[in-house]
Design a binder for this molecule. Structure first.
Ligand SMILES: Cc1cc2nc3c(=O)[nH]c(=O)nc-3n(C[C@H](O)[C@H](O)[C@H](O)COP(=O)(O)OP(=O)(O)OC[C@H]3O[C@@H](n4cnc5c(N)ncnc54)[C@H](O)[C@@H]3O)c2cc1C
Length: 253
């Protein structure tokens, strides 16, 4: 269980950022991961009062507040329409409805979990991470960076894309053994592999007219690892199948 000496409901993002510059502080979002970490911190900074829980649609993008829950992403009708239901399909296997009604997109993106369905999908959709100090950073870059003390305010996803996600799990609500997300934009199809088990990566970009051999080749040059759920060899074996399914689904959408 996490223990905090002070629990601050930040009233402005500036206040939250200033407090978070100390190593003894931590940002609290859904608290679903943090509460299990056994963390002891001087100050917990809660972002709930900052209005960062909205999904806004502009002419060319969706701008999603970092405190938006996974459940809200899953059930938002505008997102559903714009991206052909992929958010609902990708997020539904994560633990359970009550869990997803609390865990946030900001907590997921910041954490860069090596098992994240959320990061895999957002990476395929070439999302941008909007940080309070640094401004907009492509998720492709943010995903590879070390954890820092900036605050994610929003995630931006350009419209005009179709995406699909495939995952394999040992049992229904467990973390995935492997995730493949694919998204089709004007630039072609992007394939992302997550839960390798390591941070999700873009395995191939601009793929067009691919055969099974292409997916086997991509899997062959991608790094996979062993963990309790599966071996690297097993992941490499199933990766081409997941890629082929996700690729076909987003091409046909
Ligand atoms: C048991 C369990 C099973 C899970 N299974 C899956 C799964 O199958 N697939 C999947 O994709 N995910 C899974 N997750 C991860 C989950 O979806 C969330 O990503 C996770 O709970 C973090 O979100 P949170 O809102 O709870 O963040 P918190 O626990 O509140 O915070 C997590 C971290 O992010 C930081 N943080 C939060 N918000 C911000 C922000 N706006 N700016 C900067 N830093 C921030 C916090 O300081 C902390 O370091 C699982 C988590 C748990 C606990």
């Amino acid at each position: 269980m996490a223990k905090y000496r002070n629990y601050v409901m930040a009233k402005t993002i500036e206040e939250a950022y200033a407090l978070n510059q100390k190593k003894s502080s931590v940002i609290v979002a859904g608290n679903m991961w943090l509460r299990m970490c056994g963390l002891k911190k001087q100050t917990a900074i809660d972002l709930s009062l900052l209005g960062l829980d909205k999904i806004e649609e502009t002419e060319d993008a969706f701008v999603i507040g970092s405190m938006t829950t996974l459940r809200a992403l899953e059930t938002d009708s505008a997102l559903d329409q714009a991206f052909g239901g992929v958010f609902a399909r990708a997020l539904a296997p994560i633990v359970g409805t009550q869990f997803r009604a609390t865990a946030t997109v900001g907590g997921s993106v910041y954490s860069r979990f090596g098992f994240s369905d959320v990061s895999a999908l957002l990476l395929a959709l070439d999302a941008e991470v909007i940080l309070f100090k640094r401004g907009a950073v492509k998720l492709t870059r943010y995903q590879q960076e070390p954890w820092d003390r900036d605050i994610i305010t929003h995630i931006r996803i350009a419209k005009g894309q179709r995406a699909a996600v495939e995952s394999v799990r040992v049992s229904g609500t467990d973390i995935p053994v492997l995730v493949c997300a694919a998204a089709r934009s004007e630039a072609g199809i992007r394939l992302v592999l997550g839960a390798r088990p390591a941070r999700a990566i873009v395995a191939a970009d601009g793929v067009d007219g691919a055969q099974m051999e292409t997916f086997e080749h991509i899997a062959g040059r991608t790094a996979f690892g062993d963990n309790l759920r599966a071996s690297a060899a097993y992941r490499r074996r199933i990766a081409p199948v997941l890629m082929e399914r996700a690729y076909t689904a987003c091409r046909e959408e």
